[in-house]
Design a protein around this ligand. Sequence first.
Ligand SMILES: Cc1cc2nc3c(=O)[nH]c(=O)nc-3n(C[C@H](O)[C@H](O)[C@H](O)COP(=O)(O)OP(=O)(O)OC[C@H]3O[C@@H](n4cnc5c(N)ncnc54)[C@H](O)[C@@H]3O)c2cc1C
Length: 426
Amino acid sequence: METVGIIGGGLAGLSAAALLAQQGKRVQLYDTGLLGGRATSQVIKGFTFNYGAHAVYARDQSILRTIIKQLKLDITWLDFSSAKAKYEFAGHLTAAPANAIGLLKTEVIGGTDKLRFTWEVVKTVLHLEQGDPALSIGQWLVQEKVEADVSRLMLDLASSNFFTAEPENIPSDVYFNYYKKLFRTRKPVSYIAGGWQVLINELERVVTLHGGTIHRKTKITAIEESDTGYRLRDRKKTEWTVDRIVLAIPPREMRKLALPTPIQLFIEPYAQYEPVEVLVYDVGVHPYIKTPFSYVYDRTHQLFVTDLSHYDPSIAPKNGQVLQVVAYLVHDRVGHPDYLSEKVKHIHRLLDQHYAGWREQLVTERTMKRAIVQEIKWKMGQAALPCFLREEREEKVAFVGDWCEGEGQLSELSFSSAYSVAEAWQ
Ligand SMILES: Cc1cc2nc3c(=O)[nH]c(=O)nc-3n(C[C@H](O)[C@H](O)[C@H](O)COP(=O)(O)OP(=O)(O)OC[C@H]3O[C@@H](n4cnc5c(N)ncnc54)[C@H](O)[C@@H]3O)c2cc1C
């Protein structure tokens, strides 16, 4: 039986571990912390705050759906209500163009522009529009003379799905490839009941069910080639010998390990790339502040608030509420302290405006000033790490994570890279 050592127990490492264990491989998974990586949850005063991933986009089209089915995971979906999604517009709230009805009702673009936008959607779905790898979506919109309001809306969508304050820099082929799938969905946004911890627990269950071993609080510090495969070593100099390895840790963490030279050279350019960062402000309030919406996007300051407990009451104490505000950040400005404090001011204004009384009803809050949403940002001049060094099937080293080539964005890249490695090694 072949032994696979998986370094990193975030969503990608855990998914790869569960899929490979189900195939009959002997799996050894190592994580420096507990498990879950950027998808862990923290409970403060009875309010559950997710560190990272909280929404799944287009679950009906996603690789995560395939993984859940294949591994028979016990997951309950909670679907976002597009009718409750709003955009701030000219001092009031208007429907978010999250689906056809929202587009019809929204004031963010006028009648003729709605037709033009719909035409862009149709072309994207039919794959008539594929973009150009040499052009960013911003350049493409200028080249195609797309109307200002339609361009703005296309970029607003990209901000939401790519979590970026600079959507215009996304390569246009990446943009259209992503929306070809997303525009077809009937489930644009969903959550997992109980939060991501439920998925983490389920993946862990499958790994152990198939005889896999999970080494928590085990930081791998060195990987060496051995006669038959690889030797792994941790901080305490404990050693393990495995036939193949899956590196499920970000390139900037990988380069801190003592690695065989071919791996080191392979990952080095990717370790230099810019990540996607956001500021996250979570608040737990009591009692619940009732509103006719569950999501508001402030287009001017590129931040949004979601009433997560509207979808999942289990994440707050009885009659409590979890509001999560996410502000997209411009990478070159995050180093300036004023920039981040300005963002917090905008966040407070958004909450004051739409959740009157939240300050008096605040039980607890948490701020994450620079949370890494995706390790490698999709922008011109940057690329995702391939999942294999060389030839897929015979290769003994694989890479998985949201920094890898795959389908979708954010955690979907973690799932799809894990899935493709497991398929190749079947
Ligand atoms: C604020 C925020 C909001 C987000 N929102 C969404 C969203 O709405 N939708 C969505 O799909 N995604 C979202 N994401 C992204 C999502 O959380 C990530 O894409 C996903 O969790 C990445 O998982 P991963 O396994 O690829 O990487 P990671 O979670 O980074 O996993 C890497 C793992 O490697 C371990 N590790 C590192 N070094 C070592 C070592 N030397 N030895 C052993 N272990 C090691 C770490 O402990 C970690 O567990 C969000 C992220 C953030 C931060």
